[in-house]
Design a protein around this ligand. Sequence first.
Ligand code: DX5
Ligand code: ZN
Length: 231
Amino acid sequence: MTIPAEVYREYHLLPSILSADFSRLGEEVDSVMDAGVRIVHVDVMDGHFVPNITIGPVVVAALAPRVHERGGWLSVHLMIEHPESYIEAFAKAGADALSVHVEACPHLYHAVQAIKDLGVGAGVAINPGTDVTRVSEVTSLVDLILVMTVNPGFGGQEMIVPALRKVPVLRSMLPDTAAIELDGGVKRDNIRRVVEAGANWIVAGSAVFGAPDPAAEARALQGLIGVPEAS
Ligand code: DX5
Ligand code: ZN
């Protein structure tokens, strides 16, 4: 489903299912959506680009109808080599936004264009150790830039705070129609700082699904970034 243009400008909390209980994934997603979440973050890892291996298009296909039925969307973060080869499979599976890593894409412009041609929101993810100039040629094309504030691969890591410095720089490079999705180490005690830096789609994995009551934690984090309470 197409993510409406205004959603890229809004503030959203994106729970990452990486830290969810995979034996009851549907219920975990339902519980945060009941708390007002509209966008769910899905981490795809291949054991090559990052050391960990997670999920593929089948899990996206299983979740997408459930999330779409509730008026939500899936933002899929591809931490894989040769992401161009999998864009179509994830789009067909129901991804609503797809982000490829700049570090994995020698033909970045082509990859972004391929995502857009499939009618999916196009994102480029950037690691903490990568300079912002690496994305400057695609800032006018993308729907979002995904700023990593941990080295990708695992949930539950400490935020690399200096990586936040990229956010205001990227904000000045991007049209104001684009989102900055920030991913890694977000918790109650630093989420305001992330928003103040200029990010508006905020990913939280372990903070939400590692909490005793993920729905309550999602509500608390949304409150801190000014997302209206679920009715
Ligand atoms: C890490 C992933 C993140 C991860 C974030 O490589 O991209 O989306 O789920 O987890 P936390 O919020 O626990 O740092
Ligand atoms: Zn992620």
